[in-house]
Write a protein that binds this ligand. Sequence first.
Ligand SMILES: [Zn+2]
Length: 242
Amino acid sequence: MGARPRPANLFGIPLHIDASWFVVAALMAWSLARGYFPALYPHWPPMGHALLGLGATLLLFGCILLHELGHSLVARRHGIRVACVTLFMFGGVASIMDAPRTPWVELQVALAGPLVSLALALGAAALVMWEPAHQLVGPVGLALASYLAIVNVMLIVFNLLPGYPLDGGRVLRAILWALTRNVRLATRIASALGMALGLSLAALGGWRVLRGQGLGGLWYVVLGLYLHRSASASFQMARGGG
Ligand SMILES: [Zn+2]
């Protein structure tokens, strides 16, 4: 570590921001400022779209951070060590050091993140639907809140896909572990599904690239391959040692 600055700390959990995050955050702010917000609010000035894009990107990553903190704090409450939370190009990840000891603990840790996202989505949606709040937050606050409601629902749906190491895959592993009482078998099944999910995502991305949706399609290809690689590492690990 030496001369490196101390990382920021959240509830005693170090926060790392990977260099790849800055690239993706810049791309995302740009695409929101040039595509998403101008389509919804065509009469607002371009500078307004740019600031909205930047604000929405930072708030989205704030939501991702809270999601990961959800996993981390529940894990820590069960005596599981959490090394750090990292923001990187695919979102966030909590580096949980110890394997959960029981399926029930695994289930709680896995569901904590999506439950935080659900609370954020509901809070943002309530702000959009509850008219007395509109004057308080103004049109800009409303635009951000409706974006956050949508994007948190998308985060929940994606994270709950049943492929390990996604949250949904961890939920599935916990259930299979409880049913079979065999954590290795449960991990093998859940991570095999994760590998299949990763390849499907990459194939979907490839199809989108062929249809001319270059950047968006490429994103799915890279994300799918990353998911496939992580799942296959878990599969290999659960295969060793019987
Ligand atoms: Zn999660």
